[in-house]
Design a protein around this ligand. Sequence first.
Ligand SMILES: *Cc1c(COP(=O)(O)O)cnc(C)c1O
Length: 370
Amino acid sequence: MGDIKSNIDIFKPYLQVNNPYKGGKTLAEIKSANQKIYKLSSNENPLGCSPKAQAAIIEAAKNLHLYPDRTDERIQHALASFYENKLEPEQFLVANSGSETIELIIRAFLGEGLECIVSNPTFLVYQMFTKWQGAKVVDIRLNEPDYSLNIDAIIHAVNDKTRLIFLTSPNNPTGTYIPKEDIDNLISLLPEHVIVVLDEVYYNFAEAEDYTTALPYVLDNKNVIGINSFSKTYGLAAMRIGYFYTTKKLSNYIHQVCKPFILNKLSMEAGIAALTDTTFVEETVAIVKKERAFLQSEIEKIGVPYWKSQGNFVMIKPSMTPAEFEKKMLDEGVMVRPVESFGAPGCVRITIGQREANEAAISAIRKICS
Ligand SMILES: *Cc1c(COP(=O)(O)O)cnc(C)c1O
């Protein structure tokens, strides 16, 4: 053994920060013996999951001793058909959740000495995974009070070390979206070495006319990646499956950090079946849009400030602390999510549920806030 100095610090300094992201609580953590609880805290699907996906999982569970596919190739093909062959199979990457695709992108592009730009309040994993790589997070906060994107400040923050810009539209937790013109504008001003990651997992629920996904930019061969998930629209949160699509060049590069057998058999079959379940998606979108309008108009009547949402949730700002509001709502049998940790002080996010759950939420809010 050669010379070894004492007191070698084996811990990476950037892994010793406190992790701010704690997922929402499960029902089992909350449930008391005899109270009915409406879980409106994790943006889950009000209709449950795609029946086609569920049937595929049951079928696939018959052969658990066999290794699954080595790669995501089969579901890449299913996605290419789903996108009407506007994209080629190799332009997709499918992994264990939308969050994992984000992690793979970050692992492929960021490291010590490099930077990404995020705009809080937003989904926390971009920051969390960037820190794991020892890279720097530059936060260009959304403009208040409308939570629009601060494009000038983003452009100003771009430098030689910048690799990724995370945009979320519709955004979690604010429910706001980024108009196409703003994204066009931003992309036109960016240098070649900067990639825009557009997280569009709530795209099915957007109805604004000037809403856009990443698709037109990818088709135009821009450095843009569109993030998607099976957790929300298809109701497959428990399966952990998500995907992105981008240019061939970026997709093939990021595929290098995919481990073999990346997707388990049940998730892969569920995902492929879900993509064909247009009925379930239509029903989900219809109920979310209808109930979102109902919830927003009732909140408006009560007079609690809220942001018009394009997602399957609504963010409100009650006149008490989010923790206090959360507790009082739970006493009324409704689970909601304080989103201060997402960078939205004083705010709480309420997922759109079925009418019965939304009515329970509304009467609870009315009772607590008036
Ligand atoms: C839910 C969500 C995701 C992805 O969720 P997974 O369950 O990890 O697929 C990604 N981005 C945003 C903004 C989300 O809200």
